[in-house]
Write a protein that binds this ligand. Sequence first.
Ligand code: PLP
Length: 391
Amino acid sequence: MIPTLLPTYARAPMSFVKGEGSWLIEADGRRFLDLGAGIAVNALGHANPLLVKALTDQAEKLWHTSNLYQIPQQQALAEKLVDLTFADTVFFTNSGTEACELAVKMARKYWYEKGHPEKTDIIAFTGSFHGRSSAGIAAAGSEKMTKGFGPLLPGFIHLPFGDHDALTAAMTDTVGAILIEPVQGEGGILPVPDQCLKGLRDLCDEKGILLIFDEVQCGVARTGKLFAHEWSGVSPDIMMVAKGIGGGFPIGAVLATEEAASGMTLGTHGSTYGGNPLGCAVGCAVIDHVSDPAFLAEVNRKSGRLRQKLEGLVAAHPDVFESVRGAGLMLGLKCKATNTDIVKAGYDNLILTVPAGDNVIRLLPALNITDADMDEAVTRLDATATAFTKS
Ligand code: PLP
């Protein structure tokens, strides 16, 4: 008999009733150190008083009206994002995959309105992840996500990352955009070298096509800049954001330049809940907090500290771990043993990590994790690796 919950997830047996900062607590009081943060979502930890206040203050006043009317919280969040980024305009969604849907629609509509309806192709890269909607799975293209769900949304060209000849060959007149995660998350915590992002920007400029960054996982201060692409010095035409921007409340966004967004005129897109007062009130609190240069400096300091300790962990357990990779507090441990087994073994040591592709385990802590909690995390990972080696 089919379970009451559609069985699409392999859920671990834990069930949490409370969160406090970097800790998740079960009904029996067992406390897990959360180095996954809801897969890069709880950017300011669990039950952060600042976000609880932003949400409850708004909840007491107004939850939902509809985009039929002005939504001041939405306007405020859009203004903050426009002030802080390359973007001139913002559309709010409820999730990352919805941001992908709009990014794809925006790119195609741009070319349609420019009198080039043939420029529908979008180049994407193997190992990428852009969500589970029809555009998201077609964009990422992996068989694991697309098998059985055809016919797929057409118009995506998948290239192996770093293959410049393949990229040049794929640049035909039907290509309208390139879509890339500046740091691949699900694919295994793989930062795209700055030179490559610059090269893609140059190529897009030369061909006059759009560059789309998916910063759903790597954005919102995760890498120590407000958005990961800022490290490279280049910016996209369109950017997808979600996860961290809501700190745990579901909200996403598409940011774009005026030019890239020029096809999205009245009536061309919409969302019932997108940009609702609750999500935007929380989003404003998150962005105000994480965009502070002092906060970003702390993310970078913590990253250096954690990374150094993880290097020590890898050196101490060469049979279990191979290397450390990533950027900011988006770190990966490339494993020698099977990553999913190590994640499970971590549960016995009350530590939560997240598996990713390429046999990596992801460490995506709350961005305000304390030094003491980081040290405790490494101690628990060390105990996990020791137990793992013995078993
Ligand atoms: N894009 C990236 C890079 C992601 O990591 C994810 C989710 O993991 C998505 C898109 C999809 O986001 P959501 O699960 O909110 O639809």
